[in-house]
Design a protein around this ligand. Sequence first.
Ligand code: SF4
Length: 219
Amino acid sequence: MENIKEITKLLPGYNCKACGYKRCDHFAEKILVGENPENCPLLFKEEFKGNLEKIKELVSISEPLEIKKTCASKTGLVGLLDGYDADFLLDPLPEEHSCRETLIILSKNPIKKGDHIKYRPLGCPIPHFAEIIDDAHGMYVVHLEGACNRFNTEKIEYIEVGIALIAAFEGVYNGKTPEVGKTVKFIPTHCMMQKVHSGVVVEVEGNRVLIEGIDLKVW
Ligand code: SF4
């Protein structure tokens, strides 16, 4: 378990799925049972220089390991950072690369649909990069732009908008079936910290779910 945590810390944390796994911690488990860490292409980027060697070193000194579940709990899912149980993972809608977030942005910087923005969600220490895919009534729906998008495309100018309040998440649930009106705890698969979020389910249609009243404090 400790080694899985150590390896996860050395992985880029983008949960971009380029290695074939949904989350970096899932890939960390597989590395400990023989998968090649070089299957994470982001480890070859300048900013992660040295991490590949450290991972290989950790693997070489690890005890032979039967597969253990990092996510073992009564619900089957646990936030990596906070250790809370979650009801489900939130995956992107079909053909989309991240879940949708609806933001309330207080900045006076003019922004519109199609713009790329940099913001920090209230309560989260990590700056986020995103594209606005819809705007209405003072709220902005965005797609997060993870490492792959940012590394593989031409240089994008991001408009700095400061703090944003996260009003809603929309995506495909993967876990316990959500019920309209109930408070749920979930982990967006694009969340670099794999932190458990909470909110109230306002729509469920097939496996699509819309969750509003997002809170990063879970108790
Ligand atoms: S950053 Fe992407 S490719 Fe690398 S381990 Fe995490 S999910 Fe896999």
